[in-house]
Design a protein around this ligand. Sequence first.
Ligand SMILES: Cc1cc2nc3c(=O)[nH]c(=O)nc-3n(C[C@H](O)[C@H](O)[C@H](O)COP(=O)(O)OP(=O)(O)OC[C@H]3O[C@@H](n4cnc5c(N)ncnc54)[C@H](O)[C@@H]3O)c2cc1C
Length: 464
Amino acid sequence: MDLFWHRRDLRTTDNVGLAAATEPAVPVYILDPTTADDFGDRQRAFVVAGLESLADQYRELGSQLLIREGRAEDVLRALLEEYDADSVHCNACYTPARRAQADRVQATVPLERHTDLVLVDPATLEASYPTHSQFYNDWEVAQKPEPVAEPTASQLVSADSIDAESELERIRTAIEIEPEIELPPTGSEAAQERLERFCERGIKRYNERRDDLTAAVERATEAVSRLSPYIATGMVGIRTVWETAGDALQDAVGAETKNVEKYRYELSWREHNYHLLATMPTLATENYNKPPNPIAWETDDEQFEAWKHGETGYPLVDAGMRQLAEEGYIHNRPRQVVASFLCKHLLIDWRKGEQWFKTQLLDYDPAVNAGNWQWIASTGTDSVAVRIFDPVAQMAKYDRNATFVTQYVPELEGVPAESILEWPTLSPAKREQIESTYPEPIVDRNPAYERAQQTFDRAFGIDR
Ligand SMILES: Cc1cc2nc3c(=O)[nH]c(=O)nc-3n(C[C@H](O)[C@H](O)[C@H](O)COP(=O)(O)OP(=O)(O)OC[C@H]3O[C@@H](n4cnc5c(N)ncnc54)[C@H](O)[C@@H]3O)c2cc1C
């Protein structure tokens, strides 16, 4: 008999560590104060609601999820004794806090860590890659495991040997976190439904629609998958996502093939971000690609507040930030635009944006968030010191008729799309005449762009 310790893997299906635990496995989730900082409050609420779904899954299998509070090493040592179990299995996590937690457990009880969060174990690849395409070349040819089966009832400890009432009570107590936004449905079943629906209706046009912000409003879960909250919390296994997309690839004909391939390619970015975190645990706090000179951040608190609340006077930035506030999610295109606006146009340190996203996102992922913020800030992999997204040009290209902007910025609803697009460059008198309740731009478009370019050129020692 082994214990299986759930971490960022809230599911029974396609769970490598759970499948490896010697039967009958005793599943446990631990609310450990040393890793409480792993989540922002919104994601914590999503995870806690996900625990209820996980407990349901175990009940359907005739078993019971244990929920415990305390330091993982203490809880697991006590449970090993209580159940007279041999060892503990878990899936490897890569943040410094999670690694230190597993190291403490390993110093106390026999622990086996499995590779589950990624398709390819970062340790089996080179220690570093200068570009994503070099990473991709190795990653693409690496063996990708198939999904693993859900344990059967006989492979799990039976619910009879557990005081089910007190476990349920623990879940109910944990669940008393009030999310400040409406949460999407939680659990593996919800994740599976979303994955299947997307593979039926969306994936074959993914490349054509992934940047189309009208489609993002009108077909939110078809234009892109919106699976990220489920992947980030482990409510769906990454092998299952890969395989289901692989089935769609088999079915694809003509131009559909390129669309499905693009979806699978996006997953390689996620894997690359995990590789970066696994090889550089300080990814969320230190520049990955260190410029020879310091970046002269300005970090104006008032501008930071305006950014957080979607009041910068740049319609696409504000729409993105308000989508984040309302839904705990931003579509990737505006996600890039708001992040670039923060660290380039406003010259606010990317780490402040990374932390704010952590508090807001339901799909917050320590590897993917840090890796992307660094990519945008030109300090990550594939660095280009001049990578600056112009929010006006981005809107012209991806939201020309202002469908996305007006969905999230109601003040601009009756304003013609052309005027919304030009808003940051209109005269103050013209803006006042068109719509007096929407903010003035907090920085001037061209000078802010040039200031960013010069600041990053100086930091990276680029002479133009
Ligand atoms: C500044 C910034 C911060 C980000 N923070 C996060 C984060 O905390 N968590 C997170 O899951 N994603 C993050 N992303 C990546 C990306 O924006 C989201 O994964 C994507 O928008 C999620 O929506 P989706 O599931 O519909 O994606 P889809 O377009 O359907 O893509 C499918 C999956 O591929 C992966 N993926 C897609 N784009 C990327 C990318 N650029 N990098 C890595 N993986 C990707 C995700 O797992 C995603 O669910 C961030 C991007 C930026 C620019």
